[in-house]
Structure formats: C-alpha cells, structure tokens
Design a protein around this ligand. Structure first.
Ligand code: UT7
Length: 320
C-alpha cells in the first residue's frame, strides 16, 4: 500500500520587536513609500539580543506539536532549515531537539537559504513515506537581522526574523503528492553572505549581498517553472490549485509568478507585508497563518514554492 506523509499540525513564531519602514527612515536614506512600492513590505520582526535561532524554532515547534495533538516524545526526526544557525556546530536541529526534551532520533540542518523549508520538507517526506520516520518535525527558522549590514539600504529593508514549523506524519491518505527540487550553483555569487572562518579569524563579508534585479528575474522564471512542473506531475491545471503559498521575498515577485501561472490573487497567501523576507521561515509562517485563519480546508490542493541563494528552488504539491 502506498504510504504518504501528511502535515497534521503547523506553528509559527515572530519575535516581539517590530521594526517599521518609518523606523528604517531614521536609519538609512529610504522611505516607507519606496519600500512599500518596490517590495510590499510594511514591517519586519527583529529577534532580541539574547534570542537564538533555536529559541525561535522552539516556539514555532511547540505550537506545531500542540496543533498536531501529539507529544514531543512522539517526534522521531528533526530537520531545521536555516542559514543563520546558532553556531558553526552542532546543528540547530540538535540544539532544538534538546530544548524539546527529546533524544535518540536523527536531527540535522538543511542549508538551502530561502528554499530551505522546501528542501527540508521534501527530505522529511522521503523519510516518512518510506517508513523510516513516523512523526517528523520540520522547521524553518532564521535571524536574518544578524547577517544584515544595517547601513546598506539595498538589503536592510528587505529581511526579518521568525520561525515556522510543521509536524509531518505517516498516513494512507495524501498528503504530500510530489516535490521538485533544483539548484544551479553557477549563480553562487549573485546572492550570498561571503564570509568564512580561518584559524579563528573571519575572512570576507558576513553580510547579505545580492544583485537584486538578477535575483528578481530569476525568481519569477524558476518559480513559474517549478509550480508548472508540480502541476504536470500530478495531471492538474492551475485552476485546480486552491492555495499558492510562495516564498515571501517581494510582493512583486509573488504577484508576477501567480499571474504567469494564471492563479488569481485571492488564492495566493501573502504575508510579506507583515514580516518581510524571513528566508527559510517564510513559507511555514505563511502556511501557518492560512491554516489558523481557516483559509486552508480539508482536501484542498496547496502548492508551496521557494527560491533562494545557491541558486536553489523548488515546489511541493499537497492535498490538505
Ligand atoms: O529570497 C530571495 C532573496 N532576494 C530577493 O528575492 C530580492 C529580489 N529582488 C528584489 O526584490 C528587488 O530587486 C529589490 C527590492 C531588491 C530592488 O528593487 P528594484 O525595483 O529592482 O530596484 P533597483 O535595485 O533597480 O533600484 C532602483 C533605485 C536605485 O536608485 P537609482 O540607481 O535608480 O538612482 C537604488 O539605489 O532604488 C534605489 N534604492 C533605494 N531607494 C530607497 C535601492 N534600495 C533603496 C531603498 N530606499 N531601500
């Protein structure tokens, strides 16, 4: 009998501190009008100095585990997608596992930048539908504010901090129907935080740098392709899709992709105005919002998509 993996609980967490576009006006040469027109972002959340990526992940995970109606001890796989881990090692997933008071099952991080949650969920799906895991916890958690140059107006207005999580369980009923992952490393310098550690010294620039226009064009092209690939693989039309949950980087990327796909705006979940680009956390944050406010209903077709540094990109099609 074919086994599927199915999301049975979602959760999210946003740090308390909110940084508005007006706040940014007093920090760099920018305006609320420019930021809203070019990106759709109104505000972003910023982690407190003592908070870590695993702290944010922990809050989101608790919410997802509660929503799933299971106990933390039922979790037998922990995957965290992050580009801003607590430390070089151990993985943020191991630190999260310990904070959840569990041990023994595999725990590891996935690094695919803004596509991280798509990569992590596709990986967890393979563990769960093959029977290797029964209940997987999949988290996207980021503190982007710590790798931003707050004097660089071209990047500092775009990003924010947050976490989203899902519990994925084995079921005879779908579930995740397909996942499609891609990467093209020839773009590795177009979007990066190009620093490394050598004998205790940092070399390079530890801040997000990007060619915004190149990323924008590439994003719209590959997101359309990744969703079309998912539709073809399942013999579905774009009109069959009930909800498109895109990576939340820029409202113009989101609406351009939806338009190319012929998916109407009412079926697109957009949260970028409230939390900016939270990298690997953006898709599970948007998913949790649409689940909790009752938009996503049983049996509906939902497509998740993401694109990010690497470049990496991908899509996941599921039946709720
Ligand atoms: O998750 C994946 C990661 N990243 C992305 O998805 C980002 C993809 N790219 C984008 O979202 C857009 O390219 C940006 C929002 C980054 C930029 O928007 P744009 O419409 O491509 O603007 P631009 O870079 O062409 O800049 C237009 C102007 C420039 O001035 P000049 O040269 O025309 O005089 C910039 O210097 O806007 C200026 N500018 C700003 N002005 C006010 C750039 N940043 C700002 C700012 N405030 N924050």
């Amino acid at each position: 009998m074919t086994m599927y993996s199915r999301i049975i609980g979602t959760g999210s967490y946003l740090p308390e501190k909110v940084l508005s576009n007006l706040d940014l006006e007093s920090m760099v040469d920018t305006s609320d009008e420019w930021i809203q027109t070019r990106t759709g972002i109104k505000q972003r959340h910023i982690a407190a100095p003592g908070q870590t990526t695993s702290d944010l992940a922990m809050e989101a995970s608790r919410n997802a585990i509660d929503a799933a109606g299971i106990r933390a001890s039922d979790i037998d796989l922990v995957i965290v997608a992050t580009t801003t881990p607590d430390m070089i090692f151990p993985s943020t997933a191991c630190i999260l596992q310990n904070k959840l008071g569990i041990a023994g099952s595999p725990a590891f991080d996935v690094q695919a930048v803004c596509s991280g949650f798509i990569y992590a969920l596709a990986t967890a799906d393979m563990f769960v539908n093959s029977g290797k895991s029964r209940n997987a916890l999949v988290v996207g958690s980021e503190i982007c504010s710590r790798i931003i140059d707050w004097n660089d107006r071209s990047t500092c207005v775009l990003f924010g901090d947050g976490a989203g999580a899902v519990v994925l369980t084995q079921d005879q009923k779908p579930g995740i129907l397909s996942s499609h992952l891609h990467a093209d490393g020839s773009y590795n310098q177009v979007l990066s935080a190009p620093a490394s550690i050598h004998s205790g010294e940092m070399q390079g620039t530890p801040f997000i740098t990007m060619e915004g226009g190149t990323v924008f064009k590439f994003a719209v092209k590959v997101l359309e392709e990744a969703v079309s690939e998912a539709l073809r693989a399942n013999n579905l039309q774009s009109s069959d899709i009930d909800w498109l949950i895109p990576h939340q980087a820029n409202i113009r990327i989101i609406t351009s992709t939806a338009k190319k796909l012929g998916i109407p705006e009412e079926k697109v979940v957009a949260t970028v105005a409230q939390h900016g680009n939270t990298s690997a956390a953006s898709v599970p944050l948007a998913l949790d919002q649409a689940v909790r406010d009752g938009r996503i209903q049983s049996d509906q077709y939902v497509v998740l998509e993401g694109v990010g540094g690497g470049f990496t990109w991908g899509s996941i099609l599921l039946r709720w």
